[in-house]
Design a binder for this molecule. Structure first.
Ligand SMILES: Nc1ncnc2c1ncn2[C@@H]1O[C@H](COP(=O)(O)OP(=O)(O)OP(=O)(O)O)[C@@H](O)[C@H]1O
Length: 312
């Protein structure tokens, strides 16, 4: 496994004294879609700025595509497409001309092949039909896709996207997510930040969870979700009896809603069939019984003892 991004003890203290990133060790495997998850203010943007060589770390190191940042900026950045804090577009220019301007700003881009590059990038993000429309008439999702097209004018080994679906409606979010999946399928490593757990779960193969500048956990999304235990649900008209018997069987955090009793299953050694047997013995009419698959959210709650607070 080659790492596309690697940080060791990465730390950023702003001049005002704010410790934004605190000894971060991060490894982003090649070919992954890596979700960088954390509530607002947890240090995601600051980390991304250090990855891109836009600000210097206070301590620790960052390597991106094998180069130490910010020293290797000039050799590394041409291989990285980045979309940070929304694209800077000219509203009075159409989508195609906006991309042509981005392309012209790249000294390595051959002007003779510009038209073809721009057309291919528009096509890649599905904006060919809107290429002649002024960018100010674009929806937020289309603007975001145009920003991605700009990042994709050149072949990239790594894409870094800071909150790429922030502010988008559900349709816009879906468009960006499917685009990210397609890019990953082509072999591009994608590093994206988000404060949305389910977004990470839907598109990412790997994730790191940040809180208050520190890394809480990282790994493959499957392994992270496995760290959380799913909720046990019993469907029955006899909710009161069921809750009592479940409690006696070691089920905790019980809640009752209509014909459903849910709770956290006891430790792994307890057979679920023993629990159903106890319910049936106690005369509870069990209409349904199951354990939901653990989600990343369950894992997060198990890890921090609290819910994932989006507001930070
Ligand atoms: N230029 C700066 N000077 C001083 N403090 C800063 C600066 N930029 C960010 N911070 C502080 O550093 C902490 C981390 O901010 P950062 O923007 O990296 O978090 P984030 O996870 O990206 O959140 P958001 O999604 O809101 O951007 C916050 O407490 C923020 O107030």
């Amino acid at each position: 496994m080659t790492a596309v991004i690697e940080t060791h003890g990465l730390t950023k203290r702003y001049r005002g004294g704010q410790l934004a990133v605190d000894r971060l060790d991060l490894t982003v495997p090649a070919g992954s879609v890596f979700g960088f998850l954390g509530p607002n203010g947890s240090g995601k943007t600051t980390t991304i700025r250090m990855l891109m060589g836009l600000i210097e770390p206070t301590a620790g190191s960052v390597t991106v595509l094998g180069g130490t940042m910010p020293k290797a900026v000039s050799s590394v950045l041409p291989q990285v497409g980045a979309l940070i804090e929304g694209p800077a577009l000219y509203g009075f220019l159409n989508g195609r001309d906006n991309l042509a301007r981005f392309d012209a700003a790249d000294p390595t881009a051959d002007p003779r092949t510009r038209r073809a590059r721009v057309a291919a990038a528009l096509d890649r993000v599905g904006l060919t039909p809107a290429a002649n429309k002024k960018a100010k008439a674009y929806s937020l999702g289309m603007k975001q896709r145009l920003g991605l097209a700009a990042a994709l004018l050149q072949p990239r080994r790594l894409l870094v996207l800071d909150e790429p679906t922030n502010g988008l409606d559900p349709q816009g979010m879906r468009e960006i997510r499917s685009l990210v999946r397609e890019l990953a399928a082509d072999g591009t490593t994608v590093f994206l930040s988000s404060h949305l757990l389910d977004e990470i779960e839907q598109v990412c193969t790997h994730a790191a969870v940040m809180a208050q500048g520190r890394l809480l956990t990282s790994g493959s999304v499957a392994d992270l979700a496995a760290g959380g235990r799913g909720r046990l649900t019993v469907i029955t008209p006899d909710t009161g009896d069921a809750a009592r018997l479940l409690k006696e069987s070691g089920v905790t955090e019980l809640t009752i809603a209509e014909d459903r009793v849910t709770g956290d299953p006891p430790d792994d050694t307890t057979e679920l069939s023993d629990i159903t047997a106890a319910l049936v013995r106690g005369g509870v009419r069990v209409r349904g019984f199951g354990v939901e698959r653990a989600s990343l959210e369950d894992a997060f709650v198990a890890l921090t003892g609290e819910g994932f607070d989006v507001a930070g």
